[in-house]
Structures are given as C-alpha cells and as structure tokens.
Design a protein. Structure first.
Ligand code: DX5
Ligand code: ZN
Length: 225
C-alpha cells in the first residue's frame, strides 16, 4: 500500500498560495487539501469557489476539497466545475447523504464522507459501500494547528473494518493534528490519505516537511494493501 499525502493550504500564507502549492508538490504531495468553511457549520470562514478555480490553474496534482459548510448540496457542482477532483461532505449536515454522495459521483468527482470526532462510525453503515473515501476528523473541524485526538486511531480501524465488511477498498483519509510523531500510528491503523496543514506549512521548509512526512507514512504502510 502506498500512502498519499495531502498538504492542507489552510496553514499556508494565503497571499502566496501558488508558491505554497509548488513547494508541497516538490516535496511529493499527492493531493492538495482545500478546507472550505462557512462560519456556520464551523466557527471559521475560509475560502470558496474562486480560490479553487485559481488553485486548479497552478496545481499539478488533484484538488481534495473538504466542505465544512451547511447545505453543501447547493455548492457541489460549482466546486467540481472549479476543478475539485475529490469532494467530501460531513454526515452531520446531510439528512439525504445517499443522494449527495451520488450527486458528487454523477458530476465526475470522487465522493468522500466525513465524520466529526463525536460522530459514531455506525452512521456510515448504510452508505459505506457507496463512497469513494471516508475522512476521519482527528480534531474538531474549524482550525488548523489543533492537537490530535487519540481516539481517532481506533476509529480509523473501525472504519476500515466497516469498509472491509462491505467489500469496499475505499481509502480512509485522516485530518487534524497529524505530524511526524503520530503519522506512523494512523497509517498502521489503516489511514491511506494523510492531511497535514501546520506540520507542512508552519515548517520553515514545507517541501522537506512534506517529503519527510511522506517517508514516515510510507515506512509504516503495510506492504500487502
Ligand atoms: C481542520 C481542517 C484541516 C486543517 C488541518 O478543520 O479540516 O484540514 O487544515 O490542519 P492541521 O494539520 O494543522 O491540524
Ligand atoms: Zn480538512
């Protein structure tokens, strides 16, 4: 199994996103993680469709768009049109999650579902076979630079077991508080897409930080997956 690294630009300098993305890509970033926040579902406000459009022009790897917004159905098409290759939505805001997941896929993007730390894995039981990936939040969404919640490690194992029971090889993405110290543990638990914001962009050398995180992640990956 090879682990993908998705640096989150949330912790980058927004006045210099182009060079942040380029540095992460030189370091081996497989995806660029884009955190969209609306000030309602989460307390913070970040960026929207025009920024994704601009990132698409300069990024050479796929854009992984994480929607931390209420009523995501209203914006999914615009984000895919802007260049999102992957779109993840929070189960906490969607009464018709099945419809939303299939709408994302119908637009040609990969559909991910996201679980907040307090949301049980069981909420995915009837949708697990339909999703392209599951994002496990290992902090409460809203801000970069928070501390990893240790329970997330066993949650990744639970999600993997659920997906396996459905016969799904959908990868698990983990997001929040991941760094050089804990990346091996979450990869060993079954995470295959690693989001890292401050560990990459609050480092004086984001290129090297990306490379080192990826090396640590891949060293912990099981060879069979
Ligand atoms: C948090 C965001 C994360 C954030 C991660 O709500 O979803 O993607 O950028 O930042 P770090 O890696 O600093 O926890
Ligand atoms: Zn995120």
């Amino acid at each position: 199994m090879s682990v993908r690294i998705a640096p989150s630009i949330l912790s980058a300098d927004f006045a210099a996103l182009g060079s942040a993305v380029a540095a992460a890509e030189r370091g081996g970033a497989d995806l660029i993680h884009v955190d969209v926040m609306d000030g309602h579902f989460v307390p913070n406000i970040t960026i929207g469709v025009p920024v994704v459009q601009s990132l698409r022009r300069i990024a050479t790897v796929p854009l992984d768009v994480h929607l931390m917004i209420e009523e995501p159905d209203r914006y999914i098409e615009a984000f895919v049109d802007a260049g999102a290759a992957m779109v993840s939505v929070h189960v906490e805001v969607l009464p018709h999650l099945h419809r939303t997941v299939h709408a994302i896929r119908a637009l040609g993007a990969k559909a991910g579902v996201v679980l907040n730390p307090a949301t049980p894995v069981g909420t995915l039981a009837d949708i697990a076979g339909d999703v392209d990936y599951v994002l496990v939040m290992s902090v409460n969404p809203g801000f970069g630079g928070q501390t990893f919640i240790p329970r997330s490690e066993s949650k990744v194992r639970e999600v993997r077991a659920l997906l396996d029971r459905c016969g799904s090889r959908a990868p698990i993405e983990i997001d929040g508080g991941i760094d050089q110290q804990n990346v091996a543990r979450v990869v060993a638990a079954g995470a295959e897409i690693i989001v890292a914001g401050s560990a990459v962009f609050h480092n004086s050398d984001p290129e090297r930080a990306t490379r080192e995180l990826k090396a640590a992640a891949n060293a912990a990956a099981s060879p069979v997956r």
